[in-house]
Design a protein around this ligand. Structure first.
Ligand code: PRX
Length: 655
């Protein structure tokens, strides 16, 4: 694997910002308590996390903090809990009972406020429905929902019965649903008739029907459908059930539902993410360790206080939605704001209007969104009173210093600290991020590993790079919310993350540490691209393209993009004797939409007679990347077999 430095710009950044005095003077963690946390964590990381775990509700205490048999970790071994007791039940015994757990705004402007008591009631009821439908501890349930409060209810209801949820982002196609449902062997799917996006109805149920047609998912016996849009959907008798009707038909004794105790290491969810092969990986997270770290990091990094209105803009279909929309904030008793629709709908100031209206105090979003707003101009932001904001966060992709500064000055009025948080689906929770009342920030750096987390940057032999050069980002010590495996594929788990450098977790990112100990993330160094913070495997897009009957070969690379961070460029060769037709590009775009989802569509498709290959037949993606980025090739081409294809592409680029 080759390390690439495509974000060198970060290395020249010298600006730095101390935690604002007004902020740190009331922060939960100031410089002194941060130093104390770091000290405790360094002295004994396991004892440190055990202390954090005691903030959760346990049904039975654990016996051992950590059993580490690389790459298998057991955190809080033999402890028993149900995560929903920490997220819901315990708040009912306090003033939080009547506090809003969720404030939701639909794209059409409808608002719903749901207290902890009400959320608990809804979760109990859906848990009863699941059990009535035969769902038991360890069963897998797919969730394919719009961003409505019921998506959160669905996840928590699964957790309450000890079922393992697999949330599938609503932008995924029927084909992707089918693969995920079959890989996880789901017996039940929770979906909705549709959801709203950009003023249109997204037909979620139709996608489920398509995924299930002709017995394509033999394990599924029930589809539970939440009525959201009142759109026409077909209900298959014996299989499909309306959510609202199932709840209404519950017997009185089923309105409450005692949480099922499970092992600390019982899987809480599977979440599919892209890797370097065409097949997405079902990342498995478990219960006690996961909740410990997501709850602790929510509290530290967002400095979460009782009266905060907290908005993480991620969809529950991604890990950020799992950890920082649902489990972390609810475990901390937060009021979580949720917005169903598109960021610029119906006008470019939709976000700022909602922040003003709901008095949102913490905003956590992706750099792509920030860059999009930045391009639209300051006026949309300045039109609104954003004085309720006190903290801003970013996640999912590297943020360029220019966007960071704009976020700070224009959105945060130069008074809100910015927390740039580095982590992954596999890490489950934040790993590198500033604790805002204590850590000096630099635009473009996620700063330093959180207390209890040991990260490093190493060379190909696993030796620390120090501060002089970039290298591979790794973790040196297990952490509570680490992925416990890839669903049904232990070998791939070992190979992908634990074999590159013995004893170290390999994150797949390049990074550099500066003289002050700050980490600068340079982006993926494998065949994974990051578009608008969405992770897409180049091989997945390639397999989608070659599934089209006219395509012979496809090579997919990323080029930098000012807004989305990276953009996909696909190089395609056609089967022999195929006359090029002007609509082919459109058709191939449709194929990617059908196979994966429209968010994975290439920004450009380039047709070529042949792809540049080494003598051993390997496609030289490096050259294609260079061509897609700079329009010309400067690197070494001595191993290239057929130069003519490249020359043709270069000429085309020059026109
Ligand atoms: O390349 C890193 C990038 O996103 C990848 C993880 O993607 P995913 O599993 O989808 O999780 C995204 C949300 C946590 C990482 O390998 N990434 C994530 N956060 C940052 C980042 N790159 C730079 N800075 C970040 N703050």
């Amino acid at each position: 694997m080759r390390l690439e430095h495509h974000l060198d710009i970060h290395l020249n950044e010298t600006r730095q910002f101390l935690p604002p005095v007004e902020f740190s003077s009331t922060a939960k963690i100031d410089a002194e308590s941060y130093a104390q946390l770091q000290k405790e964590a360094q002295e004994n990381p396991v004892a440190f996390w055990e202390k954090a775990a005691r903030n959760l509700v346990w049904k039975k205490p654990w016996k051992t903090g950590l059993i580490w048999n690389a790459p298998k970790a057991q955190w809080f071994a033999e402890g028993k809990l149900n995560v929903t007791e920490s997220c819901l039940d315990r708040h009912l015994a306090t003033d939080r009972r009547h506090k809003n757990a969720i404030v939701w705004e639909g794209e059409d402007g409808e608002i719903q406020k749901i207290t902890y008591e009400e959320l608990h009631r809804q979760v109990c009821q859906l848990a009863s429905v699941l059990v009535n439908k035969g769902i038991r501890v360890g069963d897998t349930v797919a969730i394919y929902m719009p961003l409505v409060p019921e998506a959160v209810v669905a996840m928590l209801a699964c957790a309450r019965v000890g079922a393992i949820h697999s949330v599938i982002f609503g932008g995924f196609s029927a084909e992707s649903i089918k693969d995920r449902v079959n890989d996880a062997g789901c017996s039940l799917i929770i979906t909705a008739d549709g959801g709203y996006r950009k003023g249109q109805i997204v037909s979620l149920k139709k996608n489920i029907d398509k995924a299930l047609q002709e017995q394509a998912c033999p394990t599924v016996h029930t589809v539970l459908v939440y009525r959201r849009t009142n759109s026409d959907v077909e209900m298959t008798p014996g299989r499909d059930v309306w959510w609202q009707e199932a709840v209404q038909n519950l017997e009185k004794q089923d309105l409450l539902f005692d949480a099922v105790s499970v092992d600390s290491e019982h899987p809480l969810f599977i979440l599919y993410t892209s890797g370097t092969t065409g097949k997405p990986k079902g990342i498995v997270h478990t219960s006690g360790g996961y909740l410990t770290q997501v709850a602790a990091t929510t509290s530290w990094v967002f400095d979460l206080k009782e009266d905060d209105i907290y908005w993480c803009t991620a969809d529950v279909g991604w890990i950020t939605g799992h950890s920082y929309v649902v489990y972390g904030p609810l475990a901390c008793g937060a009021t979580v704001f949720l917005y169903e629709g598109a960021p610029l709908h119906p006008a470019p100031d939709r976000f700022w209007e909602m922040i003003e209206k709901h008095k949102i105090s913490i905003l956590y979003t992706a750099p792509t969104a920030i860059r999009t707003f930045m391009r639209l101009g300051d006026a949309h932001v300045k039109k609104h009173d954003l004085s309720s904001l006190r903290l801003l966060g970013t996640v999912g992709e590297p943020i360029n210093p220019e966007a960071w500064m704009w976020y700070r000055e224009i959105v945060g009025g130069s008074r809100c600290p910015i927390v740039d948080t580095w982590w992954q689906t596999e890490t489950g929770a934040m790993m590198i991020a500033p604790v805002p009342g204590a850590v000096i920030t630099k635009p473009g750096s996620a700063t330093r590993p959180l207390p209890g987390i040991q990260m490093d940057v190493v060379d190909g032999n696993g030796q620390s790079c120090g501060t002089k050069m970039g290298g591979y980002l790794v973790a040196r010590h297990p952490w509570p919310s680490m992925a416990r495996g890839i669903w049904k594929d232990e070998d791939r788990f070992q190979e992908t993350y634990w074999s590159q450098m013995p004893g170290l977790y390999f994150a797949g990112d390049g990074a550099r540490i500066d003289e002050d100990g700050n980490f600068w993330i340079m982006g993926r160094i494998d065949d994974v691209v990051n578009i608008s913070g969405h992770r897409i495997g180049t091989m997945e897009v390639e397999s989608a393209l070659v599934s089209h009957p006219l395509v012979a070969e496809a090579a997919v690379v990323a080029r930098p993009d000012e807004i989305t961070g990276q953009a996909i460029v696909a190089f395609v060769t056609l089967k022999e004797n195929i006359a090029f037709d002007g609509n082919l590009e459109k058709k191939l775009m449709q194929t990617v939409t059908q196979q994966i989802g429209s968010f994975a569509k290439p920004a450009a498709i380039r047709f070529t007679d042949s792809l540049p290959k080494t003598r051993s037949g390997k496609i030289m993606r490096r050259l294609l990347r260079e061509l897609a980025t700079k329009g010309k090739i400067t690197g070494d081409t001595t191993t290239l077999e057929d130069f003519s294809a490249l020359v043709a592409l270069q000429q085309e680029e020059a026109l």
